[in-house]
Design a protein around this ligand. Structure first.
Ligand code: SRM
Ligand code: SF4
Length: 560
């Protein structure tokens, strides 16, 4: 492809000498922030340059530069951490970050508010805990997610091993990371050409996401990934995996051609075939994905434009063999694994974390209480894709004591929360996200509170409705597969989406546009009344909205 046509980021990648760019040099200067080109390379290393948007206006008025801060995103495959690893993030959040940790919708940690001068020390310390940030962001395979249920029988162990093998095989191999962050020996970037065989020097056209699920349990929203991998059981063994391809949530509000998509059934593979087939799919996206227009560069658009049959034939050609058809998938649950889980001689405590933010607040010292409990009882920590956390592998007495200690500080098990709160998620948005056009995490608790009140009034308090909010159309909290999705359009106004199903196999549809924040729940009230009056026995809210149809729901609402 001629260079004129390539997007700017493609040129930056090509010139970066396998992700080195000018990072070494820029880390040594006194500037508070990185140059535009370095910012693009930095993403591959797990860091986004942001600025505190709450301060922007005032600083501009004073003629000062923005308050630049870095967001650091780790890669924690399947969300599993040791107690010590958890405690490293806890300490770094205080030492270098804004005093909070954020569990992301892809089961990892983000630290916010790190100053450029502290970036290297922070990444280094994360590394010393044997966790990388390489691949947290950038045009490569991101954190690979999976079901966070802590039970580890032979089946789950085997799936975990396959997940880790895949992570290893799909991780970038450049030496740049060691050189820049760990002061590792410098190698000629040409050496990396021979190492970086999966990605090549321009990596992938866009971010790439892989998610695992166990057959029947879609807690990880497996259809939202570029590649979804569903493990099938054969007793205690893995029979194989059904692969789904071409999922993604992102939209650009101003471009109607962009849209969310659910991954489509692609093939069934044995555990032995998994890595090769996944790598073949990645190389198809590498070679044929759109490198001119980043809005259409996700694999979902390639799958749509060429068709799933073309994709399968191309994969078969590359693999030199036929692929077996995908198995039919049936989902029984998509709930997160919260509460007290008795598991043989172990107990796991799944805790609800509001919007994934681990912070100390007046009267609710979640961060300190978790750190103290984790230091004392040393559970395995499992982050979930629904922004929650499980303290796993505890002896029953330790679980009792830990539960009591947390309760004494006001941190209760999920049965203290409403079903709708437990199924709610919001993205960070303001003040850190550079793409946010509306608030999300900071205002969402208010929406949930109002929704809880209306549901209680209507006798629907026990309905387990999924509700998600994002500060723009990009879909970071996966709002398009929530039964109720709120998507920021401008400051203070949101579009409302309804009608996805709880299994996560159906997208919702736009119900109302540009609804002012204070009208969000009042706008939904007539729909909830209709649901109360006309639902079929056992019918979930999303299914009801889908059956009745958006047009009929609109008739119920007295809005413009
Ligand atoms: Fe996201 C960009 C936060 C999961 C789709 N996302 C961003 C950035 C980095 C903004 C930016 O580019 O400057 C946000 C940083 C905000 C901040 O201050 O922390 C951001 N995304 C997040 C997190 C933290 C949201 C959360 O509530 O946890 C999630 C981090 C995941 C991780 O650990 O890797 C997060 N983002 C998602 C998901 C959900 C998922 O992967 O399951 C999606 C939809 C799925 C998908 O990728 O299609 C998602 N984020 C996007 C997009 C739209 C991509 C697209 O295809 O159009 C962007 C914008 C972009 O890439 O240009 C984006
Ligand atoms: Fe930022 Fe938009 Fe993602 Fe929210 S959905 S974190 S506002 S990019």
């Amino acid at each position: 492809m001629s260079e004129e046509k390539l997007s700017k980021v493609e040129i930056i990648k090509k010139n970066s000498r396998f992700l080195r760019g000018s990072l070494q040099e820029e880390l040594q200067n006194d500037a508070s922030h990185f140059t535009e080109e370095a910012v693009q390379v930095l993403k591959f290393h797990g860091t986004y340059q942001q600025d505190d948007r709450d301060l922007r206006r005032e600083l501009t008025k004073q003629g000062k530069e923005r308050h630049y801060i870095m967001m650091i995103r780790a890669r924690i495959p399947g969300g599993v951490l040791s107690a010590d690893q958890y405690l490293v993030f806890d300490r770094l959040a205080d030492e270098y970050g804004n005093g909070t940790m954020r569990i992301t919708t892809r089961q990892t940690f983000q630290l916010h508010g790190v100053l450029k001068r502290n970036l290297k020390s922070t990444i280094r310390r994360i590394n010393e805990a044997l966790i990388t940030t390489l691949g947290g962001c950038g045009d490569q395979v991101r954190n690979t997610v999976g079901c966070a249920h802590p039970h580890q029988g032979p089946f789950e162990d085997a799936v975990r091993r396959d997940l880790l093998r895949l992570v290893d095989e799909t991780s970038a191999k450049t030496n740049a990371y060691h050189e820049i962050w760990l002061d590792g020996e410098r190698v000629d970037p040409e050496v990396d050409r021979a190492r970086e065989t999966l990605y090549g020097e321009t990596y992938l056209p866009r971010k790439f996401k892989i998610g695992f699920a166990y057959e029947g349990d879609n807690c990880s929203d497996v259809y939202s990934n570029d590649i979804g991998i569903v493990a099938h059981r054969d007793g205690e063994n893995v029979a194989g995996y059904t692969l789904l391809i071409g999922g993604g949530m992102g939209r650009t509000a101003s471009d109607k051609e962009t849209h969310p998509a659910l991954a489509k059934p692609f093939a069934f593979v044995t555990p032995g075939e998994l890595v090769d087939v996944v790598k073949a799919i990645i190389t198809i996206q590498r070679d044929h994905g759109n490198r001119e227009n980043r809005k259409f560069a996700r694999m979902k658009y390639l799958v749509e434009s060429r068709g799933i049959d073309w994709f399968r034939e191309e994969a078969e050609r590359r693999l030199g063999k036929r692929l077996a058809p995908p198995r039919e998938l049936v989902w029984h649950s998509s709930d997160d694994h919260l509460g007290r889980i008795e598991d043989g001689d172990k107990v796991h405590l799944g805790l609800y974390v509001e919007n994934g933010r681990i912070a100390d607040k007046p009267g609710f010292p979640l961060k300190s209480a978790l750190a103290a409990a984790i230091a004392k009882y040393r559970p395995t920590v499992r982050l979930t894709t629904q922004q929650n956390l499980i303290l796993a592998d505890l002896a029953p007495e330790a679980a009792d004591a830990l539960q009591a200690e947390l309760a004494a500080q006001g941190i209760r098990l999920p049965d203290a929360y409403s079903p709708v709160k437990l199924r709610s998620m919001a993205c960070p948005a303001m003040p850190t996200c550079g793409l946010a056009i509306a608030e999300s995490e900071r205002v969402f608790p208010k929406v949930v509170e109002r929704l809880e009140a209306v549901l209680a009034e209507l006798g629907l308090a026990e309905e387990p409705i999924t509700v998600r909010m994002t500060g723009c159309a990009n879909g970071c909290a996966r709002p398009y597969i929530a039964e109720i999705g709120f998507v920021g359009r401008v400051i203070g106004k949101y579009d409302i989406f309804l009608g996805a199903n709880v299994a996560g196999t159906r997208l919702n549809a736009r119900f109302c546009e540009m609804v002012p924040f204070d009208d969000l729940v009042p706008t939904l009230r007539p729909v909830l009344e209709l649901y109360r009056d006309e639902r079929l026995p056992g019918e979930r809210f999303g299914d009801f909205c889908h059956r009745v149809g958006i047009e009929r729901l609109k008739e119920a609402v007295p809005v413009s």
